[in-house]
Design a protein around this ligand. Structure first.
Ligand SMILES: *Cc1c(COP(=O)(O)O)cnc(C)c1O
Length: 385
């Protein structure tokens, strides 16, 4: 028996090698600290958990959920967008709950990408944009996110023939892994590019609430005409520390929502209703928990930035997300520096090249780690490298 070619075409799991080295270090008795993972460590706020506990015992919630999600959850999403961005979406046709946004990010390629089609993928970027493309038989065209362009793709640098063959463009601001923000005017440029070449824009927006220094992240769908060409993926994972719950949504262009819904109704059966009811409470309940998390990450961001700068690293300004992006010292590659830090300090950092070729020369440090561990890891780095 042989597996399908599309599986063979998937890139290797880039952290596999580092995982093997961590295991070897731990076997040697080294107390390895990981600054690699982007998964919040603080618990989900208790008022959200309480609803899950209550709703989990209600037999009405034990049957298949609806493919399109609970009307009350879709309404809560619509109301939240109205409050947060002053944007209105029809909960019937423009909002679709997802089993975590990753699920929808991967599946929208099934709806839009035919074999041989091009997908415009930010580089560095979240790996699922590329793997979703490959699984649909498409081909990624990497749009470099460079420091000199404030980590925004240069749309004018995309060759005409590529733009014509492109079906889908991925964007993600606040950006993982660079921490960059979409500057003024950028989304407007994207809308006119997408209209010219008839490309669906998919803006991945899980860090909308995790921003610093008073910066408020705009929705892509705020740009005039954006709803004609785009959708926005959103998630409760990072805002409310709910990565394990698997709940998110996509909203915007009704045709795209319908197309993704058609794919999903043939593959999955929706989100556990009790989790959707907890999702409503997350969006409608007290929001002080969001500010508390933002303050925690802000404190850690300052710890990381000042420690890395003291080590002589050039740190990219982090406007949002739970990551700090920094240049490796000269003479190093991402991988050689990550390896040195693991070898000498017993600390895991993510090599930037793991997020795409333009991530070469950078490392990513997570803020999703306890302060004492973070300080311990940075102290060890400072004294050994
Ligand atoms: C964390 C993350 C996601 C995944 O969110 P889920 O809703 O948990 O699937 C998507 N995109 C980016 C850029 C992320 O960092």
């Amino acid at each position: 028996m042989s597996t399908a070619k599309r599986i063979a075409n998937l890139p290797p799991y880039l952290f596999a090698e580092i995982d093997r080295k961590i295991a070897a270090k731990r076997a040697e008795g080294v107390d390895v600290i990981s600054l690699g993972i982007g998964d919040p460590i603080e618990p989900t706020p208790p008022h959200i958990i309480d609803i899950l506990i209550k709703e989990a015992s209600n037999p009405e919630n034990h049957r298949y959920p609806s493919y399109v999600g609970l009307p009350s959850f879709r309404q809560a999403i619509s109301d939240w967008y109205k409050r947060r961005f002053n944007l209105s979406f029809d909960p019937e046709t423009q909002i679709l709950p997802l089993i975590g946004s990753k699920e929808g990010v991967a599946h929208i390629s099934v709806a839009y990408v035919d074999p041989g089609d091009i997908v415009l993928v930010p580089d560095p970027g979240y790996p699922v944009y590329n793997s979703g493309t490959i699984l649909a038989g498409g081909k990624s065209y990497f749009m470099p996110l460079l420091a000199e362009n404030n980590f925004l793709p240069d749309l004018d640098a995309i060759p005409e023939d590529i733009a014509r063959r492109a079906k889908l463009m991925w964007l993600n601001y606040p950006n993982n892994p660079t921490g960059a923000a979409a500057g003024p005017g950028f989304f407007e440029k994207v809308v006119s590019f997408a209209k010219k070449y008839e490309i669906l824009v998919a803006h991945d927006f899980p860090y909308s609430e995790i921003t610093y220094d008073g910066y408020e992240a705009p929705s892509f769908l705020s740009a005039p005409g954006a709803v004609d060409v785009g959708v926005e993926f959103h998630s409760l994972s990072k805002t409310y520390n709910m990565t394990g719950w698997r709940i998110g949504w996509v909203l915007g262009n009704a045709e795209a929502i319908e197309a993704l819904g058609r794919v999903k109704s043939n593959i999955d059966s929706g989100i556990f209703n009790a989790i959707q009811k907890a999702g409503i409470v997350a969006l409608e309940g007290p929001q002080s928990c969001v500010k508390e998390m933002r303050d925690i990450y802000d404190r850690r961001r300052n710890i990381v930035v000042s420690a890395l700068e003291k080590m002589g690293l050039e740190v990219t300004p982090c406007t949002g997300t739970i990551f700090v992006w920094a240049k490796v010292p000269s003479g190093h590659t991402s991988a050689s520096f990550a390896e040195l830090v693991l070898e000498k300090a017993g600390v895991v950092i993510s090599p930037g090249a793991a997020y795409g070729p333009s991530g070469e020369g950078y490392i990513r440090v997570t803020l999703a780690v306890r302060d004492d561990e973070l300080k311990g890891a940075l102290d060890r780095m400072a004294s050994t490298i």
